[in-house]
Ligand binder design. Structure first.
Ligand SMILES: *[C@@H]1O[C@H](CO)[C@@H](O)[C@H](O)[C@H]1NC(C)=O
Length: 522
């Protein structure tokens, strides 16, 4: 009838009679239901009267007085069910589930009259779950300990990973530059884990970020670097350079150093670099007014680097890609970065850092960046902006004429304005012509013939003059670096891997060194 009943079964599982387990409480005379699986001992009386054939079953919790009324009773003739020789026993089962059943005491009587109740105090206690409890407890404890161990080691792993992830390198000598250091953790948060790539130049990848504390938008540049010694000098330069302030220079806000990695933080410029605007087909061409303003801005920034500060700063990598276009001012970025690669190089090797087409020819000999090599690159930049073309055609033919040669040919033919970017519409032609000629003057192969940045600014302001016809020696062998490449074939390796180029010239032996000297002088 249910899973908690008392029944009388004769030779089968079908009960003759049954009732839900319960007993009549003597005190209240009410029927109280009883759980058969409570784990508490019960008393059961089973009585049979052969004359009346009445079988009665009474149940009550152990310790309670015997109820007056039996729970179930039935008239059954047991003569047919019980043999003359019979055993009596108890059987406990609970289907498939494991369970324990205990008989703590019992008594049996045949032949009329009632058997006196058992003295419960003399019975053994129920082998309660006390014994199984400790085992369960041990299992729980072991599980808990294992769980705690897993949690703790997990937390430690996370902490270690976090530490490693945000690990920085800092040495004693850097403490004096402390204020310029920005924590890697802050940069990681600012750039949302270095996700928003806004540029990839020769020196590394640039990410957009927002500093949590100030809310300032920044450009974060990651520069891979292995040389520790070079880095030290460079960091001291960064520290001093972050004091350089000019409206045409991108402000360096700080740096962070990690193993093999230098991270520089600059002001963020919404419009991006100039070369994107110059050469993108999907954008309207820049007007000459805009270009003229940018040129003058860059000239002012460069003049400040060369002359406006307590020490001369050579930019070393002037090109349109390093000019950032802010709304009002164009700003020069990445100044001095090339120097990072200059420090700590092997003495017998000369690294020339810069970008093809902007490298002054003498750099292949001396490997030395000067204000004059900056002026050369600025000249290439002027031509690039005015002509809307890159200074070097990027193909395998290293002998193909550079932009400066093409413009010079037009100047010699008296048609210099043919070189202007056709996408520039109506404009101040005199100004454009001035810029083209100035670009060529700056690109003079002889460094002594190039104007200084002060002279350049004066010419751009209209207080200086450019010659009507090209100077005779201009462009004589004006083949940029590649004019020398024929004689350097054995000694020069040119890496065209990235936008920014490292040219290494390395004398291989004393014997060939002499040869090389001859070739150069020849
Ligand atoms: C009980 O059953 C036995 C054997 O089946 C029979 O001899 C006897 O008469 C029965 N008793 C009653 C009271 O019916």
């Amino acid at each position: 009838m249910n899973d908690n009943h008392v029944g009388i079964d004769i030779d089968g599982l079908e009960s003759v009679t049954s009732a839900p387990a319960a007993y009549v409480d003597l005190g209240t005379a009410s029927l109280v239901s009883l759980s058969l699986v409570s784990g508490k001992p019960l008393q059961v009386w089973i009585e049979y009267d052969g004359a009346s054939m009445r079988l009665e079953v009474t149940v009550s919790p152990a310790g309670k007085p015997r109820p007056a009324v039996p729970l179930v009773s039935s008239i059954v003739n047991l003569s047919s069910a019980v043999a003359d020789d019979t055993y009596i026993g108890f059987l406990g089962a609970n289907g498939a589930a494991s369970s324990s059943h205990y008989v703590l005491g019992w008594s049996f009587r045949i032949g009329g009259g009632r058997e006196p109740d058992l003295d419960l105090s003399k019975l053994p206690p129920l082998p309660s779950s006390k014994k199984t409890m400790p085992r369960l407890l041990i299992v729980i404890l072991v599980l808990a300990v294992v769980l705690v161990l897993i949690l703790v080691s997990g937390a430690v792993a996370v902490l270690v990973k976090r530490r490693r992830r945000f690990a920085e390198e800092e040495e004693d000598w850097e403490i004096e530059y402390g204020p310029h250091r920005i924590r890697y953790k802050d940069l990681h948060a600012a750039t949302r884990g270095f996700r928003d790539v806004i540029g990839a130049g020769g020196f590394g990848t640039v990410y957009h970020g927002v500093l949590r504390r100030s809310g300032a938008e920044v450009a974060v540049k990651k520069v891979a670097h292995g040389s520790r010694q070079g880095l030290r000098e460079f960091v001291s330069e960064i520290a001093s350079m972050s004091r350089l302030r000019h409206r045409n220079l991108v402000q360096l806000l700080g740096y962070c150093r990690r193993r093999g990695e230098l991270i520089l933080v600059y002001d963020y410029m919404v419009n991006g670099s100039l070369d994107k605007h110059l050469f993108a087909d999907n954008k309207p061409a820049l007007s000459w007014e805009r270009r003229a303003k940018i040129i003058r801005d860059v000239a002012a920034g460069l003049l400040y680097l060369h002359e406006g500060w307590e020490q001369v700063v050579v930019h070393r990598d002037i090109k349109a890609a390093n000019v950032l276009d802010a709304d009002m001012n164009a700003k020069l970025s990445d100044f001095g970065l090339a120097r990072l690669y200059d420090h700590g190089s092997k003495p017998q090797t000369t690294h020339v850092i810069g970008t093809l087409g902007y490298l002054a020819p003498e750099m292949s000999k001396t490997g030395k960046a000067t204000t004059s090599t900056d002026v050369f690159a600025f000249g290439a930049f002027l031509l690039e902006v005015a002509c809307g073309r890159r200074p070097m055609v990027c193909d395998d033919n290293l002998d193909s004429p550079g932009l400066a040669d093409l413009v010079l040919e037009r100047w010699k033919a008296g048609r210099i304005m043919d070189a202007k970017d056709p996408r520039i519409g109506k404009c101040d032609e005199a100004d454009l012509e001035l810029v083209l000629k100035l670009g060529l003057l700056c690109s003079h192969p002889d460094p002594r013939s190039r104007p200084s940045m002060r002279q350049v600014v004066q010419i751009l302001e209209g207080t200086g003059t450019v010659p009507e016809t090209p100077p005779k020696d201009l462009g004589s062998n004006n083949r940029l670096f590649f004019g020398y490449s024929e004689s350097f074939d054995e000694f020069a390796t040119v890496f065209l891997a990235s936008e920014t180029t490292t040219v290494t010239t390395q004398p291989s032996s004393s014997h060939s060194n002499d040869e090389q000297q001859e070739l150069i002088s020849g």
